[in-house]
Design a binder for this molecule. Structure first.
Ligand code: GLA
Length: 734
């Protein structure tokens, strides 16, 4: 139902401004509470963020226990810190008035609490500046069972002249602690999600990105903050957060003079002043976060449960296993070759064939990455009978057909660039800078946005049987200049935000018009993995690096924030690792292949086919089960993790050798399982065994859940058996 949110309004509280009387607003999930309270000047402050109390009537008195009243420190725990008046810290919001005045004060006006359903409560708080006509709304959407908060704001210009938004954060948190440990990420192409964990010191630590088209690449918008001591998998108080925005972001982590943490997250204000016209409202993207008191394991399960139910497109559904041709052919293919690959896909037993880059462009054929982007017509030499023919042939081979696109981009060597140079983000008087030989289209221009939507719309309308789209984005924005904004006398600084908002507009239309077409979010590897875009996508591509050992680490880190069902893991020829290791690693997510099947040995081919069958028996648990990380490859020689069905009857345990240096005794200790029922009896069996090799475990063995979780089981991983997959099934099941 479209308007469930309004339909289920069961509770509506509205309070009007009462300067003397303190107003207390508790925002609760099943375990936690954020307590907001007005002060004597009617400003809204965060007085507590942590475990909730069973006696909610005690909340108004909580603030008295925190002695943060040094007037010379200003207020550091404001719920949405304005700038230019009393504040001396990093602001959440900064506005330039038409007369150049930068001052802003926000006073509490009213709040409402809507019960969206029995699990989701939305608290909206109205703040207003007593001097300038600016209204801010703070939104706190509490997903109670999942212990996840979605927090954002909106800013309204109630005046008669435009104002400039100079900073417009989504969320402003305040966390008491004393010591904070930040786990942040950096990376680059083929080396995504490299973690670093450090203690925060006084001052501001900034995580940010200025790439324009995507959030990730050098620094992703996902991070972990442990309170007091670094959280482990099962212990410690920890916040796990991700900004749902596909463009430039900025996360300020400021340790204040009370040694508490001020966390301000939102769109990056860098070169992004936004003009807000009279009566216009600017809505910020949401910060998604959870607070766990039982370490990162619970935190990540909270996020997975939230994402699969409320965010990821088709989060509770199924995914298509596939054969992709990128690494096996690159740009070099034609119809007969593709028909051969369809047959390969069907022999392998996967659901779909995914045709990658290189199928389009005629005047400038896409035979390499320097030409053709923008010209989305089938290349007549490679595909004389068009896409329709390929879809038909794939269907005849018993598989579905998917296709790669990169519609936001253009090569200077293209007809699109020749015809519509003004559609391209480029500076008219400056040298063009390219990222992978291409430029970005100016989505701030509505004509360009409808062109981009039109590419997908006409392709899927002509070929309704296309089952899957891999949407790539290989370039960042250089020379952030829009001919459209210039022509319409709008500030150039609106480009970054307008770009992402327009992108979401396009994706929303695609999602609504083609609800059953699965979509993979890809960006020159894992350059675009965020909860803003994942609303429109069923899955994401974590990295072009498909070396299975590298993937163990990349997938491990992504798993703190994103569920396995969204992770596309392909088996490729990128590394010389054994096929079994590659497949076992790819199985912890959505399994795909990108290999030259004809080059496989008969044993490998047989194994791959059996593995696809085996995967069908475990995919439901991997996609919809609860993830427990058991052995951390950053600390130990083995990476082990398991997925457990919600009813604890079925589970699959993946064990990988994560250190290939010579060791005589790599796994002397058992791996302790987790998430099982201690009372149940389980049958443990090695699966996905390579033909002709001995399984690590001898046949089926029976253990209690208690045994498996307290003593554990030794998968006997070693250099000749670099990965071992175990199925753990309740005895009563077949
Ligand atoms: C990007 C993707 C790859 C592939 C190529 C095609 O790099 O990450 O998987 O699709 O583009 O050009």
């Amino acid at each position: 139902m479209k308007h469930t949110i309004y339909f289920y309004i069961l509770l509506l509280i509205s309070a009007t401004c009462a300067a003397q009387e303190k107003i207390t607003i508790p925002i609760e999930t099943s375990e936690n509470v954020t307590i907001l309270q007005t002060d004597e000047d009617n400003r809204l402050n965060i007085v507590y963020f942590g475990k909730k109390l069973s006696d909610t009537s005690a909340y108004p008195a909580v603030s008295k226990q925190f002695l943060r009243s040094d007037p010379d420190n200003s207020i550091t725990n404001n719920a949405y810190t304005p700038s230019g008046t009393w504040n001396l810290s990093e602001p959440a919001i900064q506005i330039k008035q038409p007369n150049g005045d930068h001052s802003l004060e926000l006073k509490y006006i009213s709040h409402t609490i809507e019960m969206v359903d029995d699990n989701v409560w939305l608290t909206s708080i109205v703040l207003r500046d007593p001097v300038f006509p600016v209204e801010v709304k703070l939104f706190y959407k509490a997903y109670r069972r999942e212990n996840v908060m979605e927090q954002w704001s909106s800013i309204r210009n109630a005046g008669k002249k435009p104002v400039m938004l100079e900073k417009f954060a989504s969320a402003n948190l305040y966390i008491a602690g004393g010591k904070f440990f930040l786990r942040q990420y950096h990376g680059g192409w083929a080396e995504e999600m490299v973690p670093e964990e450090t203690e925060l010191t006084s001052g501001i630590k900034v995580l940010d990105s200025k790439l324009g088209t995507r959030a990730d690449l050098f620094q992703p918008p996902s991070f972990v903050v442990s309170i007091d001591q670094p959280a482990t998998e099962n212990n410690g108080e920890v916040i796990m957060a991700s900004l749902a925005w596909t463009g430039n972001f900025k996360i300020d982590l400021e340790k204040d003079s009370y040694q508490n943490l001020r966390l301000i997250a939102g769109i990056n204000p860098y070169a992004a002043e936004y003009e807000l016209k009279p009566s216009e409202t600017f809505e910020t993207p949401a910060l998604i976060y959870t607070l766990s008191h039982q370490g990162k394991g619970t935190g990540s399960r909270n996020l997975h449960a939230w994402a699969t139910k409320y965010r990821l497109r088709d989060g509770k559904g199924k995914r298509l296993t596939l054969l992709n041709n990128w690494e096996s052919t690159y740009f070099d293919f034609d119809e007969p070759k593709l028909k051969g690959l369809f047959k390969n896909a069907s022999d392998l037993g996967v659901d779909m064939f995914l045709l990658d880059d290189g199928w389009f462009g005629n005047k400038y054929p896409r035979n390499n990455d320097v030409a053709g982007l923008g010209d989305w017509q089938e290349n007549k030499l490679k595909l004389p009978h068009g896409l329709g023919y390929l879809v038909k042939e794939a269907t005849a081979a018993g598989i579905k057909f998917g296709i790669w696109v990169e519609p936001e981009m253009v090569n200077p060597k293209s007809e699109l660039y020749e015809k519509h140079r003004d559609w391209v983000i480029r500076h008219p008087d400056r040298k063009e800078y390219y990222f992978r030989n291409q430029l970005v289209l100016d989505l701030a221009n509505p004509e360009v946005s409808s062109f981009v939507f039109g590419i997908i719309d006409s392709m899927l309308t002509k070929n309704p049987d296309i089952a899957f789209i891999k949407w790539d984005c290989n370039a960042v924005i250089y020379n952030a200049y829009s001919a459209y904004l210039a022509k319409n006398k709008m500030p150039q600084s609106m480009l970054y935000v307008s770009y992402v908002k327009a992108l979401y507009g396009i994706m929303e239309k695609i999602k609504n018009k083609f609800p059953s077409t699965a979509m993979m979010l890809c960006s020159g590897g894992g350059g675009r993995v965020d909860y803003g875009a994942l609303k429109y996508f069923t899955e994401y591509w974590p990295s072009d690096n498909t070396d299975p050992l590298e993937r163990v680490f990349i997938q491990w880190e992504n798993s703190y924030f994103f569920p396995a069902i969204a992770s596309c893991n392909h088996v490729t020829d990128w590394s010389p690792a054994p096929l079994k290791f590659k497949i076992d690693v790819a199985m912890m997510g959505k399994l795909g292949f990108d290999i030259v099947m004809n080059k496989l040995s008969p044993e490998d081919l047989l194994f791959a086919k059996k593995a696809v069958e085996e995967y069908r028996t475990i995919s439901d648990v991997v996609w919809h089960g609860d993830l427990y990380r058991l052995s951390d490859p950053f600390k130990k020689n083995i990476a082990a993790l398991m997925y457990v069905s919600p009813d604890k009857t079925k589970s699959v345990v993946f064990n990988y050798l994560a250190n290939t240096r010579y060791q005589t005794n790599v796994s002397p200790e058992p791996i302790r399982l987790n998430g099982l029922d201690p009372e149940k009896k389980y049958r443990v069996k090695e699966i996905n065994v390579y033909p002709g090799t001995m399984p690590a475990l001898n046949g089926e063995q029976l253990y209690s859940g208690e045994f498996l979780m307290n003593i554990g089981i030794n998968p006997a991983v070693n250099r000749s058996r670099a990965s071992v997959v175990l199925s753990v099934t309740e005895l009563s099941l077949p």
